[in-house]
Ligand binder design. Structure first.
Ligand code: GLA
Length: 716
């Protein structure tokens, strides 16, 4: 008779085996094991990867380092390495006590599990007044783990503050593998999200922002594999940090082929003073392990963002129109009305007036900070335009840049001390503007006041919240540590967004920082979509969107169809290709519609209709990157609805070249036993054929910039 098998523990759970000190966190397809040793005062890592049964987990040896006089025997093996003792690796926690010392000696105080999915390991220094708690949570329904850390100054009120100089959300240890490969994005303004996949150097690799915002130059996430994973297969580990202002991810690879990621809010030198009795809570760091390759990692993040991050994941984002590329700073009631009428006729659902509607904003030299309608351009205020937009059946949106001020503004003349500055340093202007200090409550109260009035008085349904320069000379007011403001400014913005949304539950927000300079999980927790890039060239966008999709879902990726030739690149691209490129995310239109021909308007209206038809697949479905841009002639992305009932495939050929016919597109995520009908051609295939042999490439026009959309519906 076979031995009875006990039921496996449910995913989304935390188990604690008290005698061995072993904790097991389980997601749907992974397991994370750690060992608490009270006598030693350590929390060591045991395993992160494929599931192991509880009995094995308790018996597995905890990680151990070398024990010689030149090695730290705890290096790379601890869940949360501190600076202190024989530790020589990247610390997750560094402090400075009042006497200038910083060495820590941890002691384990407590291990507790709450709600079945939340583990807390409480530690404190053996002699000094600092306690820290490691928090782990398994959010239900996915393959993602969350970690964050909370610090408390435990001394009485007369004690000196403790300065936290590196207070990470987590250290994510990775197992020993013969080679490690790092995937991340880099770029710049109008060139965000260039995906790079390179061997991870032995040593320390740091991705960071020292800019006061998330940055175009790197994203706060990393993906790691042992060198063999591809889109569909292979073990992959990844982590993303829900932080904006300044941040640092350091990936360490040791000569022993171990790796680990330390994820922290704040860049080097950023200090947080912790007063007696006070608590500091880090942002959340999320992490994924999957055997399902890079596509598996992306889908795990996409699912997590939809289930646990976005304020309204159940909604479909509207097709929007934005005035920026059409009218630039020249917005006025008449030209916006003309655009709005055309936009409505196309099926646009949200009309957004971009920069230029306020103060003395005739160009970028003046007006930021004076958030009342421009007197000459909107002599009747904004309400008549908003009312007409509503009457046309669209929602009404406005561009704002609350954190910025031009020196040439009434606000700056009244409150020159509100900007980030250092008393004896030149205040560098970038785009002729300075940054207001949103770590100060009087400044965010002012912003709340005008934003509240603007939204309430004009029936505003949507804000595009911009941020158009990085910090310079960012000083603390009142003599605080100067670099704390990089963290506290971003937190001030988050609090303000939370407050505004609480006051206007129907208000929706797009995050923007000169395009994609503010794309992170923290901002996605209080906005609904992200302006992906100021680069609206439909070909360039394919690469930018490919990088974006590694972590963030298509349902937050705002993409506009603009004029051809593109104003930034000068490239001419057919309307259908421009649409197909933007239809891969949240479709918007940003061209000068008053100059589009009737034929273009008709074609655009048809494509908007088509987008609305596939929108649930794109915005809420499963995304498979079939062919990455730059790897061959074609780029292709597939979006599949729940239950694999319907699937949409977008294909682009940016530039043509003589050669053999394109091989079929091997689809993914379908039911092999089901049959699927191409809604345009009527051709019918089984799921098995579409995934095994592939979908014959849909007809593409000759020449460069050809594209197609195929939609297949399950028939049986
Ligand atoms: C930033 C945004 C643009 C536009 C301009 C307006 O660059 O990314 O979309 O709103 O500001 O000044």
């Amino acid at each position: 008779m076979p031995a009875p098998v006990s039921a496996p523990p449910p995913p989304g759970s935390v188990e604690f085996d008290e005698p061995s000190g072993t904790v097991v966190l389980r997601t749907a397809a992974s397991c994370y094991v750690l060992r608490v040793d009270r006598a030693e005062g350590t929390v060591r890592h045991v395993h992160w990867g494929a599931p192991v049964p509880p009995a094995d987990a308790a018996a597995l040896p905890a990680w151990a380092g070398h024990d010689d006089s030149f090695e730290g025997r705890l290096d790379g093996v601890e869940e949360y390495p501190v600076e202190g003792g024989a530790r020589f690796g990247v610390p997750a926690l560094q402090v400075r006590f009042a006497d200038g010392s910083g060495s820590l000696e941890p002691r384990v105080e407590d291990v507790r599990i709450t709600d079945g999915d939340h583990l807390v390991v409480a530690l404190r220094d053996r002699y000094r007044p600092l306690a820290w708690e490691l928090h782990y949570r398994v959010p239900p329904g996915g393959d993602v783990l969350e970690r964050w850390t909370e610090f408390t100054h435990t001394a009485g009120p007369d004690a000196e503050p403790v300065h936290l100089t590196r207070c990470s959300s987590a250290h994510w240890p990775l197992p020993q593998r013969p080679g490690w490969r790092l995937s991340c994005v880099h770029g710049g303004w109008s060139a965000e999200n260039r995906l790079e996949r390179t061997a991870l150097a032995v040593g320390e690799t740091t991705l960071t922002s020292r800019r006061g915002h998330t940055g175009h130059h790197a994203g706060p996430w990393v993906v790691l594999d042992a060198g063999h994973a591809d889109e569909e297969r292979g073990e992959v580990w990844a982590t993303a940090l829900a932080a904006g202002g300044s941040w640092r991810l350091t990936v360490q690879r040791t000569a022993a082929q171990r790796a680990g990621v330390v994820a922290s809010e704040g860049h080097e030198g950023a200090e947080i003073p912790l007063a007696p009795g006070h608590r500091h809570v880090t942002p959340v760091s999320v992490a994924v392990y999957t055997p399902g390759g890079f596509g598996g990692v992306s889908r795990a993040f996409h699912g997590h963002v939809r289930r646990h991050v976005l304020p309204h994941p159940e909604e479909l984002r509207p097709v929007l129109y934005n005035s920026w590329e059409a009218t630039s700073f020249e917005v006025c009631e008449e030209n916006q009305l003309a655009l709005a009428r055309r936009a409505a006729s196309l099926g646009v659902e949200l009309f957004v007036v971009d920069d230029g509607w306020f103060g003395a904003r005739d160009d970028d030299r003046a007006g930021l900070g004076d958030w009342t309608p421009h007197r000459r351009r909107f002599p009747r205020g904004l309400r008549p335009l908003a009312d007409e937009v509503h009457r046309l059946g669209m929602s009404f949106g406005l561009w704002v840049e609350p954190e910025m001020v031009n020196a040439d503004s009434d606000l700056f003349r009244a409150h020159p001390d509100w900007v980030l500055h250092l008393p004896d340093r030149t205040a560098t202007e970038l785009r002729h503007q300075l940054v207001l200090d949103f770590s100060r409550p009087e400044v965010t109260d002012w912003a709340y006041g005008w934003l509240h009035a603007l939204v309430a008085d004009n029936g505003v349904d949507f804000l595009k919240w911009d941020f158009n320069r990085s910090f310079t000379e960012a000083g603390g007011h009142g003599g605080g540590p100067v670099r704390q403001v990089y963290i506290e400014h971003a937190r001030g913005v988050h609090r303000l967004l939370d407050r505004l949304r609480a006051a206007f539950p129907a208000l929706r927000v797009e995050a923007c920082a000169g395009g994609g300079g503010r794309t992170d999980l923290a901002v996605l927790g209080r906005t609904d979509q992200v302006w992906t890039s100021d680069n609206t060239d439909a070909v360039d966008r394919l690469g930018i969107q490919h990088g974006f999709s590694q972590v963030y879902p298509a349902g937050v990726m705002s993409a506009w169809v603009t004029d051809s030739p593109n104003p930034l690149t000068g490239r001419s691209v057919p309307l259908a290709f421009r649409f197909h490129s933007a239809m891969a995310g949240v479709l918007g239109i940003g061209g000068d519609l008053t100059r589009w021909t009737e034929a273009e308007i008709e074609e655009a209206a048809r494509l908007v209709q088509r987008y609305k038809d596939i929108r649930p697949l794109v915005q809420h479905g499963r995304q498979d990157r079939l062919l990455a841009p730059g790897e061959g002639l074609l780029t292709a992305v597939q979006y599949t609805g729940a239950g694999a009932g319907r699937t949409a495939v977008l294909v682009w050929r940016s530039s043509t070249s003589f050669g053999p016919a394109h091989p079929p597109l091997r689809l993914r995520g379908l039911d092999p036993a089901a049959r699927y009908r191409d809604e345009d051609t009527g051709a019918e295939w089984s799921g098995a054929t579409l995934m095994g042999y592939g979908l014959p490439v849909p007809a593409l026009a000759d020449g460069d910039c050809a594209s197609a959309l195929a939609v297949l519906q399950r028939t049986a």
